[in-house]
Ligand binder design. Structure first.
Ligand code: SF4
Length: 380
């Protein structure tokens, strides 16, 4: 009997489990990954090549923990690509076999949709191709709501009056979202989510928060164990922040098929083109473009997080100081690996926020602050 698992992937972990639930895989055949901790990263680092990027190590550690709990069929994202992400699955399979586990690997690659469907269909409870497509469609629709909710959290938590209220409301929203199974109802609920936050979370109307964008490699930007809860840390410093990277880049099939829709990451790439003409893998080009776009929209600064030895983000990092200078947009670089300590990380964030406040006061030159609302914050 196949017992399925997948690596932990920040808030998106919920989506992976939901795919199997929609495919009616019985609960006893799913081993959901534990929330990663230091042991997870140590385990992955111990069995990875030293020079390998940090997401590889954390996801390997996450898979080993699930295999220890009895999983024997791994779903890993990967396939054709321009950086090491393309070899995660095959290399992790070899390492896992060397460790004495026997596991089947399915590489989920959006470039090969038919293979991807076959893999999901093969583990479903007797689904046809059409039923498998329908199950996956529900998940990509939910991904929009997940992105929206994450953005709402990172706005409201920075200006909430009662500390903890945003997290409470977000958990209610997630519970409701993952209890809905019809696409029409998911879309209807999606429209209600901003209103739910607005009605249930009183905010400080006089708050004058800084606006900071988060750029960097997708796994690090989404996984709290690797970004060390950067969104919460910034919110607790009275900052509202926003992630600029999303799984939508790979999964938004309707937008890809619609010539009138410009996908968000294409907008970033266009902005970046004067500095870096070609796609350089991962999210490197987008990191540059997002910095330019957010400055044009009046944001105060960016935090650039990337994993040690990440090739695309290292390419971006060589260009970002020039962009930062040309656009007068401060960017705080944070490299993360298994040695990253919390204290130095926090100190750098606090110093960055203090510096941005001084810069903003100088630029305002005595002008009153603009009133901040979800509508003015949300640029989608
Ligand atoms: S984008 Fe960077 S961290 Fe991610 S797989 Fe590629 S090289 Fe590794």
């Amino acid at each position: 009997m196949d017992v399925l698992t997948y690596p932990h992937f920040g808030p998106l972990t919920r989506l992976f489990k939901a795919v199997f639930q929609e495919l009616k895989v019985p609960e006893e055949r799913i081993v959901a990954p534990s929330v990663p901790n230091k042991r997870t990263l140590d385990l992955g680092s111990e069995h990875s090549p030293e020079w390998m990027c940090t997401p590889f190590k954390l996801s390997l550690g996450s898979l080993i923990e699930s295999l220890e709990k009895g999983a024997n069929h791994v779903f890993q994202i990967g396939g054709i690509g321009t950086c090491r992400a393309s070899c995660y699955g095959p290399v992790q399979r070899v390492i896992i076999e060397d460790l004495g586990f026997s596991a089947k690997f399915s590489n989920i690659d959006y470039h090969l949709p038919i293979d991807m469907l076959k893999d999901f269909k093969s583990v479903s409870n007797g689904f046809t191709f059409l039923q498998t497509v329908s199950a996956i469609r529900k998940i990509w629709v939910k991904n929009y709501s997940l992105d929206l909710t994450e953005n709402l959290i990172n706005f409201y938590r920075g200006v909430e009056i009662e500390k903890g209220q945003t997290d409470k409301v977000a958990n209610e929203v997630y519970d409701k979202l993952f209890s809905i199974h019809r696409v029409r109802e998911i879309k209807k609920y999606h429209k209600q989510i901003p209103k739910i936050f607005e009605e249930k979370i009183p905010i400080d109307e006089d708050a004058d928060p800084l606006k900071i964008g988060i750029i960097g490699e997708i796994y690090v930007v989404l996984e709290p164990m690797l970004h060390l809860d950067v969104y919460r840390r910034l919110n607790e410093l009275g900052v509202i922040c926003r992630n600029t990277v999303s799984l939508k880049k790979f999964t938004d099939i309707p937008a890809k098929l619609n010539p009138f829709v410009k996908e968000y990451y294409k907008v970033y790439r266009e902005k970046a083109r004067p500095y870096i003409q070609q796609y350089c893998g991962g999210d490197g080009q987008e990191s540059i473009g997002a910095t330019i776009l957010l400055r044009e929209l009046g944001w105060d600064g960016m935090v650039h997080i990337w994993p040690f030895s990440c090739m695309p983000e290292l390419s971006a990092q060589t260009v970002i100081p020039v962009v930062s200078h040309d656009y007068n947009m401060p960017v705080l670089p944070l490299v993360v690996d298994e040695q990253t300590g919390e204290t130095g990380y926090q100190t750098r964030l606090e110093a960055f926020v203090d510096m941005l406040k001084i810069k903003r006061e100088n630029e305002r030159n005595g002008q009153p602050p603009e009133k901040i609302t979800w509508e003015t914050f949300n640029y989608d």
